[in-house]
Design a protein around this ligand. Sequence first.
Ligand code: URA
Length: 223
Amino acid sequence: MATRPDRPGATAWLPDPDHRDVAHLREAATACRGCELWEPATQVVFSAGVVTGRVALVGEQPGDVEDQRGIPFVGPAGRLLQEAVAEAGLAREDVYVTNAVKHFRFSQSAPGNRRIHATPDAGHVTACKPWLAAELVAVDPDVVVVLGATAAKALLGPSFRVTRERGVVLERETSRGTKRFVATIHPSAVLRTPAPEREQARAGLVADLRVAASALGDGAAET
Ligand code: URA
């Protein structure tokens, strides 16, 4: 995807290669003007969780609540995700949480009106990718869980289809060697599923997270 001239991408804001630990990346990202999303957003929402975690969960972008609090996955989708992670047997101390895009994209009909989530486009994902790539190098997780289509596009390529390839361990070459990825649906998709089928959608998410837990190879999923 070509970078638009008004979207220079995050590269120019990355710290020098000797200072690309998560703390430095988080600080540097506050200055990022790699795309236009920084301006209407309240703040950059970088990541949360354990920077030595063996599992990285990668979502789409912060939502309204996350934009206000500056922490990913603290709204309704985040609560569902947290429960699903626990149910799948993943320990909190193993989990790092982040997003493909670090600012909230939304539409708003008038100031003060409700802010409506807008899916980031491929250019936003490309512009933000240097942050995601750098944090995954820094954290160096054993397994990356890709939550939904936007994260899948960022990490597994534009032709990847979550519905076709979810819940299996995929191996991909990265700058840190061969890494394992597991794709699954986004927790917001569970919340959007109408009541009779919602429980099944939730169970599917938990089952896919169990695959990620099993991929750690230490019986984490059996706990
Ligand atoms: N959805 C996401 O993808 N990320 C968040 O942080 C919150 C909701």
